[in-house]
Design a protein around this ligand. Structure first.
Ligand SMILES: [Zn+2]
Length: 306
């Protein structure tokens, strides 16, 4: 019988071509790509954890067959989550009871966290993403010029009125590269009220775990983010490892930025009790690993059970 799952990390290198999934912003008619700086001062290309986490949250919502597992704001994917739930906002209960109610009510509030501001009650996410970072010397950037022209009829009308036809020129970045990806999921925290350190009653923790795992599959099945209407990434491959911790010990996450990260993982798993490494060389293999993990029980903190 396989051990219950405490934490899961997915570490890998993805090849995305000709995308513009995340940008700094647009000044005038120029859109700037995201730039990140690594520990040795190297500048690289990045896709923020915010973007990746948002895509995962959206997939949690998309894949739930019955949207009644979400609170009213999450049924329409409002980013405030529990903070926008009017029933909770009016509640005069103790903070611990409000958190219990929020966890009980909503799979998305539970899995992805929220900050209730009326009376500050934070719920940190059980799903965490780091930046997807271009491997130095394995990413490329270009800026392309595009133009939007007025339709012919309107051009003629302007000429007759002795106006200059409008032609809008804009510059958009395009990138290709190998990206290091790191994400951690903490199933042991599903339904855990971190004020009382008890599990909220009535929460189907296994169902939420399976939903989050399916959302991972959807997130890696097709990269999503900015400018996909005209720069849908040409996805080539995703290789790496799924690391599983089965004891109450944080799952280790050596960065795929390091060329030898799989070797480091192997040594770490041998040196650490309760750490499993499942490597994958293609998306279908990753899906197989996640599907197998979905069948396992989630870890329950002993102190969290009354
Ligand atoms: Zn919610």
């Amino acid at each position: 019988m396989s051990e219950p799952v405490f934490e899961i990390a997915i570490l890998g290198r993805a090849v995305w071509n000709l995308h513009s999934l995340n940008n700094e912003g647009t000044v005038g008619n120029v859109t700037e790509p995201r730039t990140v700086i690594l520990a040795d001062g190297t500048k690289s290309d990045g896709i923020s954890g915010e973007m990746l986490k948002h895509v995962h949250a959206q997939n949690v919502w998309l894949l739930a067959p019955d949207k009644s597992v979400f609170c009213p704001p999450c049924r329409t994917l409002r980013p405030q989550r529990a903070d926008a739930n009017k029933q909770l906002a009016k509640s005069r209960q103790q903070a611990a009871d409000i958190l219990d109610a929020a966890l009980n009510l909503c799979a998305l509030c539970d899995l992805h966290g929220f900050l209730r501001t009326e009376e500050a009650i934070p719920r940190s996410s059980t799903v965490e993403f780091g930046w997807a970072v271009g491997i130095p010397d394995a990413f490329y950037r270009d800026v392309h010029v595009h133009a939007r022209h007025e339709v012919e009829g309107r051009v003629r009308a302007r000429e007759q009125a002795e106006e200059t036809p409008v032609q809008m020129v804009y510059h958009r970045p395009t990138r290709s590269g190998v990206y290091a990806i790191v994400t951690v999921f903490a199933p042991w925290r599903i339904g855990l009220n971190e004020i009382t350190y008890r599990y909220a009653k009535g929460v189907d923790r296994q169902a939420r775990y399976r939903l989050a795992m399916d959302a991972y599959k959807a997130t890696f099945a097709r990269a999503h983010g900015a400018m996909t209407s005209t720069r849908l990434p040409h996805f080539e491959e995703f290789k790496g490892a799924v690391v599983v911790s089965t004891r109450n010990f944080p799952v280790p996450t050596p960065s795929p930025l390091r060329p030898e990260y799989l070797g480091a993982l192997d040594r770490l798993s041998k040196a650490t009790e309760g750490v499993e490494v499942h490597s994958f060389t293609a998306l279908d293999e990753l899906f197989g690993v996640l599907e197998d993990l979905k069948q396992r029980l989630v870890f329950t903190l002993e102190a969290g059970v009354e």
